[in-house]
Design a protein. Structure first.
Length: 297
């Protein structure tokens, strides 16, 4: 789909995306690039990065890939340094790298729990922490109150509770908390905006393959708003909105992009039945209002 945004809304900006070699991260990198940004993608697998960079460059996007694991502080430092020495600055950090697998809480080892916290929560903080010195300077021609911006890719599963994802729920709750705390501290001190995006189920992603097998999503058809999977494009458009000047007054928000999916509730009764029942209940309550003594009727 064509983007509704002007093609130059990120002109001159430099973005670094963790987990940018595939899935949602790659789509955000592509759309940022198509809207004028130069992009660095960071990931653990060289062959994935190489083909992603080639694909980005084939669109005329200035792109480079650096290997690194967000769990390693030295990798974070190196990739940030390499980005700034390659492109001269950093304006946008997207913390997209994440880990996930379905598991019963009772079968999850503390190390399995820690692994996802390390990638999602500690990794996000590490990247933010090491990026600060670049983001707070803003860039050439920018005012003192205009630092860079951070986007943290989150989820909605911790808004209520989620089966078989205790580790990810905890990790993403921490990510949202990091988003708000940094929005407060760094928004105030450096004019850096920090926001998040919470995607719903997005087709053609590792997350969807791991977490939403067909038999589960088909069963939910009856009570899911806009019943359909989202597209990576939907997340990339939200990222463009938040990272560009369109979002210049948005700070500390995690934007849910899920078609209302997290609001789902099993339907209590069919629509026609509720009309019938409602009328009967109203009639009964008019005849004998609850809590009113018989003598007063
Ligand atoms: C139980 C498991 C497990 C599983 C790993 N572990 N997989 N436990 N069930 N299926 C445990 C291991 O036994 C080990 O604990 C610990 O986790 C670390 O496992 P490793 O394999 O050594 O970790 P590592 O190689 O670093 O791999 C990390 C990973 C992996 C998270 C396990 O899946 C990964 O690299 N994922 C990155 C890609 C990814 O998943 N992307 C999806 C993002 S989707 P012990 O105790 O044995 O040592 C997403 C959506 C979120 O984030 C929102 C959803 C709504």
């Amino acid at each position: 789909m064509e983007s509704p945004f002007k093609v130059d809304i990120l002109k001159g900006k430099v973005a670094l995306l963790t987990g940018g070699g595939s899935g949602i991260g790659f789509e955000i990198a592509t759309q940022f690039g198509k809207h004028g940004a130069s992009v660095t993608i960071m990931g653990r697998r060289k062959h994935v990065l190489d083909s992603a960079v080639a694909a980005l460059q084939s669109h005329g996007i200035r792109a480079v890939g650096f290997e690194g694991d967000v769990r390693k502080r030295e990798d974070a430092i190196r990739v940030l340094e390499s980005t700034v020495s390659h492109f001269g600055r950093l304006d946008i950090l997207v913390n997209n790298a994440a880990g996930n697998f379905l598991v019963n809480a009772e079968d999850l080892s503390p190390n399995g729990f820690r692994t996802v916290i390390d990638i999602d929560s500690v990794g996000t903080f590490t990247m933010c922490h090491e990026a600060l010195k670049y983001l707070k300077k803003g860039g050439p021609g920018r005012g003192p109150a205009s630092g860079g911006t951070i986007l943290n890719i989150s989820a909605t599963l911790h808004y209520t509770a989620s089966w078989y994802q205790i580790h990810v729920s905890a990790a993403k709750a921490a990510v949202d908390s990091i988003t708000r705390s940094l929005a407060l501290e760094w928004g105030t001190d450096y004019g850096i905006r920090v926001n998040g995006i919470a995607p719903g189920p997005i087709e053609d992603t590792v997350g969807a393959r791991k977490l939403a097998p067909d038999e589960i999503t088909i069963k939910a058809r009856d009570y899911k708003p806009l019943y359909k999977m989202g597209e990576k494009w939907d997340i990339a458009m939200a990222a463009l909105y938040l990272a560009s000047d369109a979002g210049k007054y948005i700070n500390g928000t995690t934007l849910v992009v899920d078609g209302g999916d997290w609001l789902n509730q099993p339907r209590q009764m069919p629509k026609e039945a509720v009309k019938e029942l409602s009328r009967v209940v109203e009639k009964r309550s008019r005849e004998a209002p609850v809590g009113v003594a018989k003598s007063k009727i």
